[in-house]
Design a protein around this ligand. Structure first.
Ligand code: ADP
Ligand code: MG
Length: 257
């Protein structure tokens, strides 16, 4: 079996006395699209926050492509090949769609290029390269025509595609998507699915939190269920659908969201 691209061992995250994620151990294999399901409050987003460096775990270890990355910042993880999108996108509303995408790698590049020795010419060349890549990435997610629009003016579904574009600026190996289809119309959801599958065929690994069971059952394998911070199921979509406990206890409750 291939080495996991992402490996969690004993990940726990407390908020004061409350344990939001409880001793989660998982291996994510390269080239998979994992569906992460579970009722509201199960700890899915908190787990993503720990994986992407937004929150340190209370206990446990995260390994990315074999390297211990526990506690590294989101910028460092992005540079190492891990990208994530947010459940609720928060673009810089008054900046253009293009500028929002260009900002994604700026933090890293700014770090390596800053300092007294940086020449203005080198910086302009760098900015042009980033702009060209941002246009390519926007075309890929079908937002090319909206490049000059204010990011606050585009639809919720387009914002989800913008989030994906920002992630793709880093050329990540592992992409975490937090409820990509929530509140998105079917047309844009289909665009999103098409793009996920295209990227997956090119070798990218995905972990996707999603409440839409049709989405999960059709496009994700394996399926992992969290409840009260713990992994309560791991298997194929067919196994998930044949699991009465899972159906009653978790899939059923999600229909009410
Ligand atoms: P999910 O994404 O599965 O709906 P979350 O990870 O957002 O669940 O939340 C899991 C639990 O942790 C919830 O009870 C939530 O209220 C709590 N929680 C999440 N973030 C925080 C925080 N920053 N401070 C305190 N409690 C939090
Ligand atoms: Mg969530």
């Amino acid at each position: 079996m291939a080495d996991p691209v992402l490996s969690l061992s004993g990940i726990t995250r407390d908020f004061g006395p409350f344990r939001a994620v409880n001793d989660v151990s998982l291996d994510i294999l390269p080239g998979t699209i994992t569906g992460l399901i579970g009722p509201n409050g199960a700890g899915k987003t908190t787990l993503f926050n720990v994986l992407s460096g937004m929150l340190p775990p209370t206990a446990g270890q995260v390994r990315l492509m074999g390297q211990d990355v526990t506690g590294l910042s989101p910028d460092k993880l992005f540079a190492l090949g891990l990208g994530r999108t947010f459940q609720i996108p928060r673009p810089f509303a008054r900046m253009s769609v293009l500028e929002n995408v260009m900002l994604a790698p700026m933090a890293q590049i700014g770090e390596s290029l800053s300092g007294p020795f940086l020449r203005a010419g080198a910086m302009r060349a760098q900015e042009e390269a980033i702009r060209a890549r941002a246009f390519d990435v926007l075309d890929f997610v079908t937002l090319g025509a909206l490049a000059d629009h204010a990011a606050g003016q585009i639809s919720g579904g387009q914002m989800k595609l913008l989030e994906l574009a920002r992630v793709l600026m880093g050329d990540p190996q592992v992409i975490l998507l937090d409820e990509p289809a929530a509140g998105v119309n079917p047309t844009l959801t289909n665009v999103l699915i098409e793009k996920i599958e295209e990227l997956n065929r090119a070798g990218k690994t995905f972990v996707i939190i999603e409440h839409d069971m049709d989405f999960v059952m059709q496009h994700c394998d394996p399926v992992i269920a969290l409840a009260e911070g713990r992994v309560v199921f791991q298997g194929t979509p067919a196994e998930a659908q044949a699991n009465p406990v899972l159906l009653d206890a978790y899939l059923g409750t999600m229909a009410d969201d």
